[in-house]
Ligand binder design. Sequence first.
Ligand code: PLP
Length: 451
Amino acid sequence: MKNANFIREQNARQFWQPMTHPADAQAYPPKIITGASGVRIRDIDGHETIDAVGGLWNVNLGYSNDAVKQAISGQLDTLPYYSTFRGTTNDAAIELAYDLCEFFTEEGIQRVFYTSGGSDSVETALRLARQYHKLRGQPQRTKFLSLKKGYHGTHFGGASVNGNNKFRTDYEPLLPGCFHIPAPYTYRNPFNETDPARLAQLCAQALEDEIAFQGAETIAAFIMEPILGAGGVIPPHESFMPMVREICNRNGILLIADEVITAFGRTGAWSGSRLWGVQPDMMCTAKAITNGYFPFGAVLIGARMTEVFEGDASGKGAISHGYTYSGHPVGAAAAVVCLKETVKANVARNAATRGAELYSGLQTLAAKHEVIGDVRGGHGLMAAVEVVADRASKAPAGAATMNTVYETAYQAGVMLRVSGPNIILSPPLVLSDQDVADILLAMDAGFAALG
Ligand code: PLP
């Protein structure tokens, strides 16, 4: 490894970072993280902070899980790679498929298709949805519906169903036949509705209207995050996803739950679908499936699709889709142990308890700091604070304001994630009550620094 001065000097020169303007990275060099333990990370200057970002919503078990690390190194010693394309497979991938189907019985999961991450999982689900309808003799069902504000990764399929133009316009034209309905976002919505239950109904009605407008017989699937994450942590009313399930059923439309963030305990339940009592036709997973220690993902498949693909006698049920790293044995071995550790530590319960403390602490901060326009959360350890220039106009706060809060909190010992006017919190699920208190203190200092 080159010395620290060399690394500092080269920062942001050769390396174009995701979601970053290369010129911005030069002007505001990124923090260079060089170490981590527990729920804390350490930068190149030795400054330590609580990681309130949890890597990127994925390091649920924290940075020091030895069992997962040993599973990875053990698998590297026995079988570092083998393909799962037709004709071969590997034992770790088989074991994991069994475990995932057992773990997600309540969600109705029966089969697993492996990917190398969240965007791959979304791409896979969209493709399988189209193939499903072709197998059933309805090849005209090709369109996809999704929520504005939704985030579904960065492949062309996922970007096409993404509901935030920031991720779309520079890459258009995207996939044709993708349409978006309003998100159940009480703070800003086209209906000016602040009551969550009534807003859920209006959004569900918008879905019905769009289906009628497009023609149900042209629509393959509706994809949604059970709680919208990257779009600013938007939990819908509990009635929303069940209503969506019913509408999809009535119209022969598949329901894809994008659970890349919400699966494995983040919401205080073992999945977002379980939180809302819904069985989707497919669940996209990634991130915490390997605790962020190895790039890996899986699409989990329910009974409706299983029957059609496995019952096909025409040969058209062959899945002509997959990744070199689908079922990577190192990722699979990591995931088997992650799941065990996740259950052993009951991270869903801790997420619910700590999440309630965090949410109530954020509301206290909102009562104190005028710049906080909205606080969202209340379901496990995913929360957002939306910062505004003033509460009356709800004009979003500018970059300078957000940067002051971020830098002050960082100096006070907490790494936050800023996304537009939102501060997004998604810490490891093994957080302690003291960690929650420290996050709130650092945020308080960040807002106080605005003067
Ligand atoms: N879907 C959702 C809901 C996500 O939050 C993300 C990433 O944050 C993705 C898909 C894409 O996952 P990845 O970045 O692993 O490709």
